[in-house]
Design a protein around this ligand. Structure first.
Ligand code: ZN
Length: 160
């Protein structure tokens, strides 16, 4: 089965995704201090704060200051800063709530269930008996294309 084809973004998409929502974007407002949040880390390029609808105690969102919808739109310096903060926070978050581990995840694109078009990395504390599954449990089992074909397609898409 071929991978789904994605269309190229139009100027309307850029306007809709990058400009209009930035003014109304709740994460931009939190980053800018316009809306209060329980901030746990703050850097020029990255802000981390507690999710107001936590999936578990200690559920943190780590967001770039840049209003971009998907991780592939992040500038390298923003991507570096974002994941550096994620790595640095995962331990303290776990420790603060006495968790056994954390699930770290990104809904990357509207089709994945991303509701706010501003990149955000979830750090969700986990316990062995918390009733939530692993990332694997969100995907149904099914037949997949041969790895070699998919690997080659990805290498081609990224230009070698
Ligand atoms: Zn935003």
């Amino acid at each position: 089965m071929p991978l789904p084809r994605t269309r190229h973004a139009t100027l309307d998409d850029v306007t809709a995704a990058s400009y209009a929502p930035a003014m109304a974007c709740i994460f931009c407002k939190i980053v800018g201090g316009e809306i209060a949040a329980e901030v746990v880390a703050k850097e020029p390029r990255v802000t981390a704060f507690l999710d107001v609808q936590p999936l578990a105690d200690g559920h943190v969102l780590v967001v770039p200051a840049a209003h971009v919808a998907c991780i592939e739109e992040l500038e390298p310096a923003d991507a570096d800063a974002l994941f550096r903060v994620v790595a640095r926070l995962a331990g303290p978050v776990r420790k603060a709530v006495g968790a056994a581990g954390t699930t770290v995840g990104v809904n990357n694109g509207e089709a994945t269930g991303q509701t706010i078009p501003h990149v955000h990395v979830h750090i969700v504390p986990r316990w062995p008996d918390d009733g939530a599954g692993s990332i694997h449990t969100i995907f149904p089992r099914g037949e997949r294309r041969p790895l070699a074909d998919v690997g080659a397609a990805i290498r081609r898409a990224k230009g070698g």
